[in-house]
Design a binder for this molecule. Structure first.
Ligand code: DAH
Length: 359
């Protein structure tokens, strides 16, 4: 191309023919082993800044005026054709490279989840408890703790369970051998008594903790977690109770869900009720999880019985209050869509390490 003046349309067409042939033979040389890197090299050789096609376009400048439009057109066609082919080759090469990689590193989708060892994670019950406590703190509750091994007095008598009351049997109590009247608490309601004996009203307390009953199946484990809540002050009524439960459940599970109370019996409340939440899975339509009812049973609650106030020395004339209690594990099962409660307590790190860290 040193002698630009002699470069005519005919030369140009001939040159294009040469370039096409070079391109075809370069590809033939690459054979089946097409690497993305090789395609990139080809692109530089033909279309790069000093590439063959670019060189030809430079030569266009020095061609006779009448040949320029025709030559420009064929060069452009060449350029576009090569671009297209190179793009297709690039995709083919990348797919080939991926195949090769997958063949070398076999991917078995049936392997258990890979949990990064050495890096800890929070247990789903811990995550759930933190979510609940965050919400209760927002509602002005203080967090309280109480003993897991306790006297009958705190777990039963002071909560208005009479000595021969059948409700004691309902709770499959574990007794401590050779220790009179000492048990593993069957519910977190014992914390009501401990707290009321230590504090003066007004009280707004929540108390999470482990509880124990002799029970084991798909939805029961001998150790499980509950959270207790209670409010004591002058002039507390059932509207306050319903309001707190409703606000709290909506905050945790969604504002679109309704709550409801059903009359029930617990010795330490009067009136007593159980509270339900619209099913978190089907949002109330009816599904397998809520057994087609649209509702989930969450826990028990009621207005604190005057006998409980008498047992801790509060005046039941002056004060009223409400209490509620429910299972944290069941909440975690609903939130994380678990089907077997026992998985929570088997200590399998592959299972336990999968839960998203709060928040
Ligand atoms: N302690 C009850 C249980 O474990 C749950 C409960 C019911 C707690 C009513 C309460 C309440 O505070 O008012 O079954």
């Amino acid at each position: 191309m040193s002698d630009a003046k002699t470069y005519t349309l005919q030369d140009c067409v001939k040159k294009i023919e040469d370039i096409r042939q070079t391109f075809a033979s370069d590809i033939a040389q690459l054979g089946g082993q097409l690497q993305p890197r090789a395609v990139e090299d080809l692109k530089v050789k033909f279309l790069g800044r000093k590439g063959l096609v670019t060189e030809l376009m430079e030569a266009l400048k020095s061609m006779p005026k009448e040949d320029k439009p025709g030559a420009g057109k064929v060069i452009n066609e060449l350029r576009q054709g090569l671009e297209k082919e190179l793009e297709a080759l690039k995709i083919k090469a990348e797919e080939g490279a991926l195949d090769q990689h997958l063949n070398q590193h076999r991917l078995d989708v049936s392997l258990p989840v890979q949990v990064r060892r050495g890096q800890g994670s929070l247990h789903p019950v811990t995550l759930m408890r933190r979510i609940l406590l965050t919400e209760f703190r927002r509602l002005g509750f203080t967090v309280y703790d109480g003993p897991e091994v306790d006297l009958d007095f705190y777990n039963f008598s002071a909560l208005n369970f009479k000595d021969d009351h059948p409700a004691r049997d309902m709770q499959d109590t574990f007794f401590i051998a050779d220790r009179a009247k000492t048990i593993l608490r069957t519910h977190t309601s014992n914390i009501q008594i401990h707290a009321m004996l230590h504090e003066k009203p007004p009280l707004r307390i929540v108390a999470p903790g482990r509880t124990y009953r002799c029970d084991s199946d798909l939805t029961h484990t001998p150790m499980f977690h509950q959270i207790e809540g209670f409010v004591v002050d002058r002039g507390i009524d059932m509207g306050d109770m319903k309001g707190v439960i409703d606000r709290f459940l909506k905050a945790v599970f969604g504002e679109d869900l309704e709550t409801r109370l059903r009359p029930s019996f617990f010795p330490f409340v009067e009136p007593g009720a159980e509270f339900d939440l619209q099913c978190v899975a089907c949002r109330g339509k009816g599904c397998r999880i809520c057994k087609q009812t649209g509702w989930l049973e969450i826990g028990g609650l009621g207005m604190i019985h005057p006998n409980v106030f008498e047992a801790v020395g509060y005046s039941s004339e002056e004060y009223t209050g409400f209490a509620f209690g429910f299972g944290i594990d069941r909440m975690a099962m609903l939130r994380y869509k678990l089907s077997d409660l026992r998985q929570l307590f088997e200590g399998q790190q592959d299972f336990l390490g999968q839960f998203p860290t709060y928040p």
